[in-house]
Ligand binder design. Structure first.
Ligand code: URA
Length: 204
């Protein structure tokens, strides 16, 4: 059942001492239903010592095909958002709350998110970034334990902590680029938010 799968996930994740071991653990893990319909595991992209880490919702079709997060239209816009403040995709660690594409790009279920959570938490511990940015409401809810809508979470700082982190990590949330592609008027908010993130990264 799901609780047993979560326990297995916690044990596997805790044992991983680096990203490659985490990838190996996920490729052996059979506790998430999404794996059955996905083409590829989509774990993460970016340097293991990145100071900025972004976590999205779930891989889409392009990501599933390539095995790399945020490479489709959302990824292109995400790159432009980073570029706007002189942050480059190559400097940023990017992952998702689940590591396989949900059929039809539906939002991951609570069970799917819960069983993947030990692995994404372990990835945050291994990278230990200065700042964690949740991309979209589902990621913010899963990572921060918040329930408010994304409009209320964006522009604010939260703290992300796990028992294994020696210190809390600054965390915030931004609108998902897929939402911004459908609702371009909201882009002005993301330009404000990314400047806030850059300022904190630079020590403000
Ligand atoms: N949307 C996400 O949330 N994550 C991706 O990797 C791609 C699109």
């Amino acid at each position: 059942d799901n609780n047993r799968q979560i326990k297995t996930a916690l044990e596997l994740a805790a044992a991983a001492q680096n990203i490659e071991e985490l990838r190996d653990a996920l490729s052996r893990f059979e506790g998430c239903q999404l794996k059955k319909t996905a083409t590829n595991l989509v774990l993460c992209d970016g340097p293991a010592d990145a100071r900025l880490m972004l976590i999205g919702e779930a891989p889409g079709a392009d990501e599933d095909r390539q095995g790399v997060p945020f490479v489709g239209p959302s990824g292109q816009l995400l790159n432009a958002i980073l570029d706007s403040v002189g942050l480059y995709r190559e400097q940023v660690m990017i992952s998702n709350t689940v590591f396989w594409r949900p059929p039809g790009n539906r939002t991951p279920t609570g069970q799917e998110a819960a069983v993947c959570k030990p692995f994404i938490e372990r990835l945050v511990e291994l990278v230990d970034p200065k700042i964690l940015v949740c991309v979209g409401a589902p990621a913010a809810h899963t990572m921060l334990g918040e329930t408010q809508g994304i409009s209320r979470l964006r522009g604010k700082w939260f703290s992300f902590q796990t028992p294994r982190l020696s210190h809390p990590i600054h965390a915030t949330a931004i609108f998902h680029p897929a939402y911004l592609l459908r609702t371009p008027i909201k882009k002005r908010d993301v330009w404000v938010d990314i400047r806030m993130i850059k300022a904190k990264l630079d020590g403000a």
